[in-house]
Design a protein around this ligand. Structure first.
Ligand SMILES: C[S@@+](CC[C@H](N)C(=O)[O-])C[C@H]1O[C@@H](n2cnc3c(N)ncnc32)[C@H](O)[C@@H]1O
Length: 396
């Protein structure tokens, strides 16, 4: 009887960077991506790779037997518990080549004893689990989604963190919002989609307190660094969250801001309703977005441009009104006057000029007069209740 076959899997590519830089970046990116796939990497010699199943108990998948920064990593890869005890070997190799580094990831001797039919099942496993994943990752739609997430919709990675630590192209809109909001030390500000926290940093100069959410863990960490002092002084709270489930109590804030986020929201009406809920009566809202005029320009280029929802002015106003906001008005602010202060190179000013910007202002209504029969002296009157709707005025 011939021995059951195994696979030697290998993937290799070239990066135009020195090996030490590739190694550092690869370890960081791998740790993050593996974490998203419920695998935890302990990045050191003797470290483990742990898989967390639905039952929550981590299972050791592999052990690191060589950790040479800038050169490579080797794992002893444990077989599944129902197969046996013989480990296979995974190696990550970094080899300097002219102008950069070649990285190869290789798994040798995979599938020992797993497939007993001399090959057919190995072909099936390889096609569905390896080749399909590889082809899917390189197909245009998925690639476009990845680029959009990475750069703007849920930024991550070194480049994304650097961009949002100093988002110079967003500074003019930050300035326009702050000028209109006129925050004071009495304000309690909410920011939805705070990115690297630079708007918060500017806003906190007013002496206000603030809380913010974002669904990018990478950017929340940047926002934490940028606003260390305010966090330590309990003037700022940052929470990882989706915009349509804001994890703060009803009526908490006196002002709310969302800038550069609207077009990415999968459920914008729910986000507006959540913002309204968390605002106190009379609380004001500022939402900054880009109009279709910027679609496909260097300001919002592909593949992001076709993944952003651009709202017509009347749609944006309707979003706010439908959620229950009042005093809704929309501006196309001319950001030119904020540009020199923001450090934007003069040759790029044209991008931000003109009607590419939408700035929506709105307010949460004050509660209407007490309904008949309720006594103003009653301790429960009005407490924690949503503002009553005016009879006969249904909002769709
Ligand atoms: C283009 S960035 C703008 C960041 C920041 N407001 C600024 O202007 O620099 C969009 C931000 O919104 C966040 N975001 C997008 N969709 C979100 C959602 N559904 N829930 C929470 N955050 C979201 C992203 O993670 C990212 O930080």
């Amino acid at each position: 009887m011939t021995e059951a076959p195994t696979l030697d899997l290998s993937v290799s590519t070239f990066f135009p960077m020195p090996a030490s830089q590739v190694f550092a970046s690869l370890v960081e990116e791998l740790s993050t991506a593996l974490g998203g796939a419920r695998l935890t990497l302990e990045p050191k010699e003797g470290g483990r790779l742990l898989e967390v199943g639905d039952e929550g108990t981590p299972v050791e998948v592999a052990r690191i037997v060589r950790w040479d920064p800038g050169e490579g990593i080797s794992f002893l890869w444990h077989p599944p518990e129902w197969v046996g005890k013989e480990s296979s070997e995974v190696e990550v190799r970094l080899v300097p080549e002219l102008g950069g580094t070649r990285v190869t990831v290789e798994h040798r001797g995979f599938g020992k004893g797993l497939m007993t039919d001399q090959g057919e099942e190995l072909v099936g496993w390889f096609a569905s689990e390896v080749a399909t994943t590889f082809l899917q990752a390189t197909a245009p739609r998925r690639l476009g989604d990845w680029v959009t997430d990475r750069k703007a919709r849920r930024p991550s990675g070194r480049a994304g963190r650097a961009t949002y630590r100093d988002p110079i192209y967003h500074r003019p809109n930050f300035a326009a919002i702050l000028e209109g909001l006129k925050l004071t030390r009495k304000d309690r500000l909410l920011e939805v989609g705070c990115g690297g926290g630079v708007f918060l940093q500017d806003a906190l100069k007013s002496g206000c307190t603030a809380a913010a959410i974002d669904h990018s863990l990478d950017l929340l960490r940047v926002a934490e660094e940028v606003n260390q002092e305010a966090i330590a002084g309990e003037r700022l709270k940052l929470v990882l969250s989706e915009a349509d489930h804001i994890p703060f109590p009803t009526g908490r804030f006196s002002a709310a801001v969302m800038t550069g986020v609207l077009g990415f929201l999968p459920d914008a009406p729910a986000t507006f309703r959540e913002i309204l809920r968390t605002l106190a009566p009379g609380g004001r809202l500022a939402v900054y977005a880009s109009t279709k005029k910027l679609r496909g320009t260097p300001a919002i280029s592909e593949p992001i441009a076709s993944r952003v929802h651009f709202y017509e002015d009347r749609e944006l106003v309707k979003l706010a009104k439908d959620a229950g906001f009042t005093e809704v008005r929309l501006e196309h602010p001319d950001l030119t006057r904020y540009m020199s202060d923001s450090g934007i190179p003069r040759e790029a000013w044209g991008l931000l000029k003109g009607p590419g910007s939408q700035l929506l202002w709105a307010r949460k209504p004050m509660p209407s007069a007490s309904p008949k029969g309720s006594s103003p002296s009653s301790p429960k009157a009005g407490r924690g209740k949503r503002p009553a709707r005016r009879p006969g005025k249904r909002r769709g």
